[in-house]
Design a protein around this ligand. Structure first.
Ligand SMILES: [Ca+2]
Ligand SMILES: [Zn+2]
Length: 254
C-alpha cells in the first residue's frame, strides 16, 4: 500500500501526524472536498485534491479521497489527518472525502453511484483493518457499517457520520442539508455492510457450478432416502407376519 501524502509530503504545511493522540475509534467522518465536480471521464477530482493537499499553505487533509473512478489513500489509518477541527476528532477518527461539493449530490446520479461504491470499498477496508488490528476480531468491522450521530462520535463509538454533524458551527458536508441526506447515508452504510459481508464470509456466495453440484447432491440424498424407506416398509411387513405367527402359537399353547 502506498500513500500519496507520504510520497508527496507537503513542504508548506504538514498534513498528518504519524502517531495518534487517542485510540482509533472506528468513527468515520464523511466529507466533500467542495471542489468542482469532474463528470467527464477520466474524473480527475481525487487526483487534483491529493495534489492540493500536498501543496496547500493551510492545514486540511483526509485519510482517503474518492471520485467516480479512483480512490487515493493519502495517509495510513494509524496516522492523524486534519479533517475535523471540532472536539479532537482528528485524534481518533478516520476521514474520507468525496471530490465534489455537498450541493452536487443528486445532480449526476451515475457519478454519485460510482463514487459511493468506491467509498464503500475504502471504508470497508478501513473497518476490517480497524477490527482486526485494533479490536482483535475482524467481525467487529460491522460496527463501522452503521450511522452514528454527534454524541456517538463524542463517545468515540464506531460508525459513519457527517462532518457537518460533528462540526455544526461552520460545516455542512458531506450532505447534512441535502433533501436526500438520510437516503444518501443509508446508501453508503448499506454498501459498506455489503462489502464487509463479502470480504468476511466469501463462503456464503456460491458460484453457479457450486449450486448445480449442491442440487445434484440433494437429488442423490432424496433417491437414497426413498430406497431406504422402501426397504424399511419391506422389513416391517415381514416382521408383521412373524409377529402374527408368534401370536397364533402363543394362543395355541394357552
Ligand atoms: Ca480519478
Ligand atoms: Zn469536511
Amino acid at each position: 500500500m502506498t500513500y500519496y501524502g507520504l510520497e508527496h509530503p507537503n513542504p508548506n504545511k504538514p498534513q498528518f501526524r504519524s502517531d495518534r493522540r487517542e485510540a482509533i475509534s472506528g468513527c468515520v467522518p464523511v466529507h466533500t472536498v467542495e471542489s468542482q465536480i469532474d463528470v467527464h471521464p477520466p474524473d480527475n477530482g481525487a487526483e487534483n485534491t491529493a495534489a492540493y493537499l500536498s501543496s496547500r499553505t493551510t492545514y486540511g487533509s483526509y485519510h482517503c479521497i474518492v471520485d467516480a473512478d479512483t480512490a487515493i489513500d493519502y495517509a495510513p489509518p494509524s496516522y492523524e489527518t486534519w479533517h475535523v477541527a471540532a472536539d479532537h476528532h482528528n485524534w481518533h477518527a478516520w476521514g474520507i472525502a468525496f471530490a465534489c461539493a455537498a450541493t452536487d449530490w443528486g445532480k449526476h446520479p451515475a457519478w454519485d453511484e460510482a463514487a459511493l461504491n468506491i467509498a464503500a470499498v475504502k471504508i470497508a477496508d478501513f473497518a476490517i483493518w480497524w477490527a482486526t488490528n485494533i479490536k482483535g476480531d475482524s467481525r467487529e468491522a460491522f460496527l463501522v457499517a452503521r450511522k452514528i450521530n454527534r454524541s456517538d462520535a463524542l463517545a468515540r463509538r464506531a460508525g459513519i457520520c457527517l462532518h457537518g454533524e460533528l462540526q455544526p458551527a461552520d460545516r455542512t458536508d458531506a450532505w447534512l442539508n441535502h433533501p436526500d441526506a438520510e437516503q444518501l447515508t443509508k446508501r453508503l452504510v448499506d454498501k459498506v455492510a455489503a462489502v464487509i459481508r463479502e470480504r468476511l464470509h466469501p463462503e456464503d456466495e456460491m458460484t453457479p457450478a457450486q449450486e448445480a453440484k449442491l442440487d445434484a447432491v440433494v437429488d442423490d440424498v432424496e433417491t437414497i432416502r426413498s430406497k431406504v424407506d422402501h426397504e424399511i416398509r419391506h422389513i416391517e411387513g415381514t416382521l408383521g407376519k412373524q409377529q402374527k405367527l408368534l401370536e397364533q402359537i402363543l394362543e395355541k399353547c394357552n
